[in-house]
Design a protein around this ligand. Structure first.
Ligand SMILES: C[S@@+](CC[C@H](N)C(=O)[O-])C[C@H]1O[C@@H](n2cnc3c(N)ncnc32)[C@H](O)[C@@H]1O
Ligand SMILES: [Zn+2]
Length: 353
C-alpha cells in the first residue's frame, strides 16, 4: 500500500509529520491532520453541496453508524444516490491516450464518485476537497470500502499541496466554473487560470488534464434555459460586466461562475501551459452521459446518431421536435456541422502537458 505524499502549499517545502500535523521544514507552516485528513487551507472556503450543511453533518454521522450505502439509501434522493455511486461517470477515461494507471488527482472531488471509480485501477488517488463535510464523507467511504490507496485531502485547487510533475491524470469535473468563487480578491478568470496552472504544474510531462463542463454558447442558453450556476437566463451570453450587473440586480451577488466557448477554453488552456487539447460531446450531458462523440479530427459522421444524443425534448414538444429535427437535417452540411459543435450543451476536454 502506498503512503500519501504532500508538499507545503505555501512554499513547496518538504513536510514532516509529527503529532497529528504536517510541519514545513522550509517555512515552518503547520498543517493539522483532522481525523486522518490533512488540512492545507487556512481559511475555510464557502460551503457548497447538493444538501445544506446541517444535513451533510447528520448524513456523515449516519454513514459512520450504518455504512455509507445504507445511509445514502435512507436519506438521499434517488438522483443524488446515483450521482454519488455511479462508476460509469468516468467512461471518458478510454479517450485518454497517456498511461493513467499511476497517480490520479481528483480536484473538487465532491462525494468522491470519480475518485472511487479510479481507486481500483491505479496506484494512488488523491480526492481533494475544500469543504470539510465532503472530504470527511470521502474518508468514511474509503475506510468502509477498504480503499487503502485513496487519500482524502482538504485543500484548495488554487494552491495544491503537491510537488511538480507528480500526477498522471488531474480531474476537474464540474469544478473549473466554481474556482472564481474561491478567492474573491481575484477576478474569476484569473482564479480559473491559477487553478489550471496548478494542475499543469503537478502533472508529469505527457500527463493529462480532464475537464467536464458546460459550454457558454449552448443553444439551450439562447433558448432561455437558465445557466445552472448563476441560475440566470442569458447570463452566459452577455459580456461579463453586463452579466455582473444583471446578477447583482436579480441575485444580489456578483457573477463569478464563468464558463467559456470552445475557443475560449482553448485560449484559457493554452495560457495555462497546456499543449494539445481535444474536445468531446457528452450526451445528454457531462454529469451523466450515455454517449461520447469526438468533436475534433473530423470524427463526426453519423448526423442522425449525433442528433439523437441531444435531449432536445427538454425544451420542445415531441411534434415540434420532429419538425425541428427534419429542418436541421435538411440544412446540415459539413460546414454547418463544424459550426454546430460550437453550440452543443457541454464539453469533455482532454488537455496534455
Ligand atoms: C459540482 S461539484 C462536482 C463534484 C465532483 N467533481 C463530481 O463530479 O461528482 C463542484 C465541487 O468543486 C468543489 N470546489 C469548489 N471550489 C473549489 C476549490 N477552490 N478547490 C477545490 N475544489 C473546489 C466544491 O466543493 C464541489 O465539491
Ligand atoms: Zn512551507
Amino acid at each position: 500500500m502506498s503512503k500519501p505524499f504532500f508538499y507545503c502549499p505555501d512554499c513547496r517545502g518538504d513536510l514532516s509529520l509529527q503529532d497529528n500535523a504536517y510541519f514545513c521544514l522550509r517555512c515552518s507552516s503547520r498543517w493539522p491532520v483532522k481525523q486522518g485528513i490533512p488540512v492545507f487551507i487556512k481559511n475555510e472556503l464557502p460551503y457548497w453541496a447538493e444538501i445544506p450543511k446541517a444535513e451533510a453533518i447528520r448524513f456523515n454521522i449516519l454513514a459512520q453508524d450504518l455504512g455509507w450505502r445504507e445511509a445514502m439509501r435512507k436519506s438521499l434522493p434517488a438522483g443524488l444516490q446515483e450521482f454519488i455511486s455511479d462508476k460509469d461517470r468516468v467512461g471518458w477515461k478510454y479517450f485518454i491516450e497517456s498511461d493513467i494507471s499511476g497517480k490520479v488527482l481528483d480536484v473538487g472531488s465532491g462525494w468522491g464518485a470519480l475518485a472511487f471509480s479510479f481507486a481500483k485501477n491505479c496506484e494512488a488517488v488523491y480526492a481533494l476537497e475544500p469543504v470539510w463535510e465532503r472530504v470527511n464523507f470521502i474518508r468514511i467511504r474509503a475506510e468502509q470500502d477498504r480503499e487503502g490507496n485513496l487519500f482524502p485531502v482538504c485543500a484548495d485547487a488554487l494552491n495544491l499541496p503537491f510537488p511538480d510533475n507528480y500526477f498522471d491524470l488531474v480531474i476537474f469535473n464540474g469544478v473549473l466554473e466554481w474556482l472564481g468563487c474561491s478567492d474573491l480578491r481575484l477576478k474569476p478568470d484569473i482564479a480559473q487560470e491559477k487553478g489550471l496552472k496548478e494542475a499543469q504544474r503537478v502533472l508529469r510531462p505527457g500527463g493529462s488534464l480532464y475537464i467536464g463542463i458546460e459550454n457558454k454558447l449552448s443553444f439551450f442558453y439562447f433558448l432561455g434555459v437558465k445557466d445552472p450556476h448563476s441560475r440566470l437566463r442569458f447570463a452566459t451570453l452577455m459580456p461579463k460586466k453586463i452579466a455582473n450587473l444583471y446578477s447583482k440586480l436579480l441575485k444580489k451577488k456578483e457573477y463569478r461562475t464563468y464558463i467559456y466557448s470552445m475557443p475560449g477554453y482553448r485560449e484559457l488552456l493554452s495560457k495555462s501551459g497546456f499543449k494539445s487539447v481535444s474536445f468531446f460531446l457528452p450526451a445528454p450531458g457531462y454529469i451523466k452521459f450515455k454517449h461520447i462523440v469526438a468533436l475534433d479530427k473530423d470524427r463526426i459522421n453519423d448526423i442522425d446518431y449525433f442528433f439523437r444524443l441531444i435531449n432536445f425534448r427538454i425544451i420542445f414538444s415531441p411534434a415540434l421536435f420532429r419538425i425541428f429535427f427534419v429542418l436541421v437535417k435538411m440544412l446540415f452540411s459539413p460546414f454547418l456541422r463544424n459550426i454546430f459543435k460550437l453550440f452543443v450543451p457541454d464539453y469533455l476536454i482532454i488537455a496534455k502537458k
